[in-house]
Design a protein around this ligand. Structure first.
Ligand code: GDP
Ligand code: IMO
Ligand code: MG
Length: 421
């Protein structure tokens, strides 16, 4: 049995969706355990091209069962659309996809409050996805949340009434428009009816799977440095992203997690506000163009930077990463020299990531090492030996700094554009 967690070692969008899609061939269960539909995971395979927000990216493998754990927050309409889209694409969701009744529901007021908070913070805004993520997790931990299980009794109606009374006061005070109880109630009852066939307690599924030696693939959303505790607070997301979150978010005891795959982009990107020490600020530069990406959830332009080994190293330590999946190596092709950050200094003294807060990280001086690049197109490479020597050296340098092997190398967005070592 293997319980493998796939986690991003940077600020999200490392290519977790693609990694989970190709790792799922060996999995019995594929599961999401944190975050919500702020995630946008891209999968390109024989079924087509998908940007998935809630369903585990390993669902395309025929023998897998998909699970959404109680640690995930769900915007019902997004999930309903996603199930429909996947069914239409021939993925077949019925009977092999389950949602925990413990998962919290994103309500209309969460999305409104997310936007109002962001606007109130002005220049200090987090740059959230405005999907209601912060407010729904705040309600969860302050005992104000609404869960799918609440539909089993009259808890849904009772709790919604109280919440609307509270939330409408805040919304109106901040210049928004009050929500109507009946219309929210009816809308969400409708969602519940559609999702009910998929809602099922996961405890016995997970426990039986562990007992009978099934393989689990746990798909993190966001990345290590968006973690509420260990990320660049307050420029983080509202859920724990490190692998221990799988324990609470899915009911898998930490001791069962055998492998932790750290997905690492060959450079760095970030969406939203917060420090990015290796950021390339010259938006007219060729490198900026080359690294450019559009966010899978919001369509925003991702900020880009050189590879930061201090970040990767910290993620490996913090999450107990056992192996790396390096993505987007193909994107570096054509550059004469690559800059790689090998450490930070603050006021002339060496500092590590954990020594500074987000505001300190914004001020650190990055120590770069120039690495010779390669000119060849590597997108057709399928073995390590197919790669130019300088590309091989780039991979080896990452392994050495991280202290764990790079087992997979992405050379294109499609499932098959992957080197396995
Ligand atoms: P996730 O949130 O971690 O799943 O990552 P996203 O899907 O948000 O962003 C990763 C982007 O990189 C997507 O557009 C992927 O299709 C793409 N991608 C993933 N791996 C590779 C790779 O090895 N090479 C290239 N060129 N693109 C990749
Ligand atoms: P995946 O799973 C990149 C960022 C937002 C913002 C901060 C807080 O695709 O890697 P939130 O809406 O969560 O309250 O926003 O977190 N963020 C992500 N950035 N990839 C993601 O997910 C993200 N999910 C949230 O841009 O800076
Ligand atoms: Mg993404």
């Amino acid at each position: 049995m293997a319980v493998t967690a796939v986690i991003g070692s940077q600020w999200g969008d490392e290519g977790k969706g693609k990694a989970v899609d190709f790792l799922a061939e060996r999995a019995d269960y594929v599961a999401r355990f944190n975050g919500g539909n702020n995630a946008g995971h891209t999968v390109i395979n024989e079924f087509g091209t998908f940007k998935i927000h809630l369903v585990p990216s390993g669902i395309f493998a025929r023998n897998t069962v998909g699970l959404i754990g109680g640690g995930v927050v769900i915007d019902p309409q997004v999930l309903i659309d996603e199930i429909e889209m996947l069914n239409k694409a021939g993925v077949g969701m019925d009977g092999r996809f389950w949602i925990s009744p413990r998962s919290h529901i994103i309500m209309p007021y969460h999305k409104i409050l997310d936007g109002l908070y962001e606007e109130a913070k002005g220049a200090g805004a987090t740059g959230t996805t405005r999907r209601g993520i912060g407010p729904v997790f705040a309600d969860k931990v302050s005992y104000n949340g609404i869960r799918w299980t609440d539909f089993a009794s009259d808890a849904f109606e009772n709790r919604l009434k109280v919440q609307l009374e509270l939330k409408n006061k805040i919304i109106v005070a901040l210049g928004g428009e009050a929500l109507k109880y009946e219309s929210v109630r009816d809308e969400y009852r409708g969602y519940y009816i559609k999702l009910k066939p998929y809602i099922r307690e996961l405890f016995s599924i997970v426990q039986d799977g562990l007992k009978t030696g099934k393989n689990f693939l746990l798909e993190q959303a966001m990345g290590t440095f968006l973690d509420t505790d260990w990320g660049t607070y307050p420029f983080v997301t509202a859920s724990t992203t490190i692998p221990s979150a799988a324990s609470a978010g899915l009911g898998i005891p930490s001791k069962y997690i055998t492998d932790i795959v750290g997905v690492t982009k060959a450079y760095t990107t970030r969406v939203g506000a917060g420090p990015l020490p290796t950021e390339i600020l010259d938006t007219k530069s060729a490198v900026y163009e080359q690294f450019g990406e559009v966010a899978a959830t919001t369509g925003r332009i991702r900020r880009v930077g050189w590879l930061d080994l201090e970040i990767v190293k910290t993620a490996v330590q913090l999450s107990g990463v056992t192996e790396l999946c390096l993505t987007k190596l193909d994107v570096l092709s054509g550059l004469d020299n690559l800059q790689v950050c090998v450490g930070y200094k603050l006021n002339g003294e060496p500092v590590r990531y954990a020594d500074v807060d987000a505001y300190g990280l914004d001020k650190v001086e990055t120590i770069y090492q120039a690495i010779p690049g390669w000119k060849e197109d590597i997108s057709k490479a399928r073995t390590f030996e197919d790669l130019p020597v300088n590309a091989q050296n780039y991979v080896k340098m990452i392994e050495e700094a991280a202290g764990v092997p790079v087992r997979w190398i992405g050379v294109g967005p499609e499932r098959e554009a992957t080197i396995r070592r």
